[in-house]
Ligand binder design. Structure first.
Ligand SMILES: Nc1ncnc2c1ncn2[C@@H]1O[C@H](COP(=O)(O)OP(=O)(O)OC[C@H]2O[C@@H]([n+]3cccc(C(=O)O)c3)[C@H](O)[C@@H]2O)[C@@H](O)[C@H]1O
Ligand SMILES: Nc1ncnc2c1ncn2[C@@H]1O[C@H](COP(=O)(O)OP(=O)(O)OP(=O)(O)O)[C@@H](O)[C@H]1O
Ligand SMILES: NC(=O)CC[C@H](N)C(=O)O
Length: 542
């Protein structure tokens, strides 16, 4: 029995499905933490989280098991390992953690509480394990509740009742604004109920729409914070634990400051974008830079994510593109230091109009002709992507995605959208915040009235309410699922307006189903968090 343990917390960024690379990263982490007794990895680290239906493939589960067996053999020397992997037992498949020590897999525990809400679908692919007991390691009983297991009381309570002395929780907990506070409150509750200290370890990195922020921490039994690890960065923390009269205590270590508000959102968008591009092996990104706020913010995020030399901006002017837009786009590209090209779309637009003239003869010009401009830009950006390999970024913010204010197969073209879950009012705040670190977005882009420039003197506010009004209504409808009547009562807005926005939101579902994925930053992103039918005749109170 020991009275001192060094436990390494490996807050790392796995690549989903890259089992060999993740195994190598685990080996490297073990070397870095060679003096530790034990190294803890995030939930399902060997394959990355969330593996979704990949775990339904027996070859995938076998490859994970083989990799973990290989690592186990190496634990003849150096630190023991707590490693997450999918674990098959007869007909059951569990989301598990294995203790690797003395050259073998010494113990396995399974996740008891499988999350099945929001973005999570674990009951679809995993079986719930039996209530786990502690794992004995060097004479210390370690409780290993896996992520959702700490979101309810039962697992930690069982672990405490069956003699656990320290709680070590591996997590795959995706980012949402202010979620670090939610997690801290949960851990405070579990620590209070059990009287046990807990190390909370989270994955870091982007995985499709999800961003894992890390922000791991250790809370002692007296509820004092012993460690706070960084957000959005890898780190291996060597935490020292001592047995004292009233139980185990983590010796206070580093407490790093975590970003908040715009800084937190910006970093999440940047990390989500960076990992999507790098993990899918694109050489860089290309986007249409219009001289408007959305594309300017996306370009700045892309530069922060990938470096200026991997970002290509293209201005695609037409008859309605103003002189200011041309000047602002060029200025923005200069400030960002990116490659900038101008490709006029007059000829393609006129080519389409010419081809359609016999059929369209006598019809009034309108949305159809406006969309041809957006679609010509979309075709050109995709051609640049095909030719040079860079992925197209699409730039629709959450306000626009909500009400269908974007052209399908036009400005909706693209592989990824870093601001998909960011409302327009927040896009402005992000631009101001980013400029406070270094001027990259010309001020006029932030102050001028938003316009799609698809016809003479067009302004977004011709067809939409002011964005602060729109965003308030949308937050009620999307984030909070409030009844229309409640939103009218809360805000005092015109009933017809709120009903119109609800209608626009519902009839744009078909567009969102065809939209590129983008970083989730809210409680309810358009993706897995909010699964509305496309064919939907329901309207509140009608
Ligand atoms: N339920 C459904 N299921 C499947 N498909 C459906 C559908 N309803 C319509 N459609 C199809 O979709 C077409 C309409 O969609 P679409 O072609 O995109 O065109 P639409 O939504 O009619 O027009 C685009 C809108 O976005 C605005 N816009 C465009 C570009 C940029 C910006 C900006 O500020 O960023 C704003 C523009 O002012 C206009 O209000 C229909 O013609 C039909 O083919
Ligand atoms: N003249 C243009 N040159 C290059 N890209 C353009 C141009 N106009 C539109 N785009 C692309 O289409 C997207 C949708 O733009 P649009 O100007 O229609 O509305 P927006 O949502 O206000 O965007 P932004 O604020 O970037 O202008 C832009 O973000 C940009 O990527
Ligand atoms: N992987 C999990 O079990 C995550 C679920 C948990 N509620 C979280 O977001 O942290």
């Amino acid at each position: 029995m020991t009275d001192r343990l060094i436990i390494a917390l490996a807050q790392l960024n796995p690549t989903l499905g890259a089992i060999k690379a993740n195994l190598d990263r685990a080996r490297e982490a073990r070397r870095e933490a060679w003096d530790a007794d034990l190294i803890l990895f995030p939930e399902l680290f060997i394959c990355g989280y969330p593996p979704e239906d990949l775990v339904l493939r027996s070859s995938f589960v076998t490859a994970c098991r083989d990799a973990v067996e290989e690592l186990a053999r190496e634990t003849i020397s150096g630190p023991a390992v707590l490693m997450g992997l999918p674990w098959r037992e007869g007909a059951n498949l569990y989301n598990s953690v294995a203790l690797l020590a003395n050259g073998r897999i010494e113990a396995v525990r399974h996740k008891f509480d499988l999350p099945n809400y929001g973005v999570f679908d674990e009951k679809r692919v995993f079986n719930a394990g039996p209530a786990p007991g502690p794992i004995a390691f060097k004479g210390v009983r370690l409780g290993v509740p896996i992520c959702e297991d700490i979101w309810t009381e039962e697992t930690c309570e069982t672990l405490a009742e069956t003699g656990a002395e320290i709680l070590l929780s591996p997590n795959g907990s995706p980012f949402e604004r202010n979620k670090d506070d939610v997690r801290l409150n949960l851990v405070v509750a579990r620590v209070t109920e059990t009287g046990l200290p807990m190390a909370y370890l989270n994955q870091v990195g982007g995985q499709d729409e999800l961003v894992f922020d890390g922000a791991s921490f250790v809370l002692n039994a007296d509820r004092t914070l012993a460690w706070q690890m960084p957000m959005f960065e890898e780190q291996i923390a060597l935490t020292e634990w001592r047995r004292e009269e009233d139980g185990w205590r983590c010796v206070p270590g580093e407490i790093v400051a975590v970003p908040e508000n715009e800084a937190e959102t910006w970093k999440a968008c940047v990390l989500g974008l960076r990992d999507y591009v790098l993990k899918n092996r694109f050489p860089g990104v290309v986007l249409g830079l219009s001289g408007g706020i959305d594309s300017a913010v996306v370009a700045a995020m892309a530069v922060d994510a990938l470096g200026a030399d991997r970002v290509h901006c293209v201005m695609l002017p037409y008859a309605y593109t103003s002189k200011d837009s041309l000047v602002d786009a060029e200025e923005c590209a200069k400030l960002l230091g990116v490659r900038y090209d101008v490709v006029p779309i007059k000829e393609p637009v006129e080519g389409f109009l010419h081809a359609l003239r016999p059929m369209f003869e006598g019809t009034p010009a309108g949305i159809t002709e406006e969309n041809l401009q957006s679609r010509s830009r979309g075709v050109i950006l995709m051609a640049i992507s095909n030719k040079f390999g860079a992925m197209v970024l699409t730039t629709g913010n959450k306000s626009e995605m909500s009400v269908g204010y974007a052209t399908l197969y036009g400005d909706m073209n693209g592989g990824y959208n870093p601001i998909k879950d960011v409302y327009k009012t927040e896009v402005y705040r992000l631009a101001e915040w980013r400029n406070s670190l270094g001027h990259v977005i010309p001020q006029r882009i932030i102050t001028k009235a938003p316009t799609a420039e698809l016809r003479e003197n067009q302004k977004d506010q011709d067809s939409l309410p002011p964005y602060d009004v729109l965003d308030t209504i949308l937050e009620g409808l999307v984030e909070n699922e409030l009844p229309v009547e409640q939103i009218i009562k809360n805000t005092g807005y015109d009933e017809a307006l709120v009903r119109r926005i609800q209608h626009m939101l519902y009839i744009a579902e078909y567009k969102r189903r065809q939209a590129a994925p983008g970083v989730k930053i809210t409680r309810r992103n358009f993706g897995r968090d909010r699964r509305y039918p496309i064919t939907n005749a329901f309207r509140d109170g009608r």
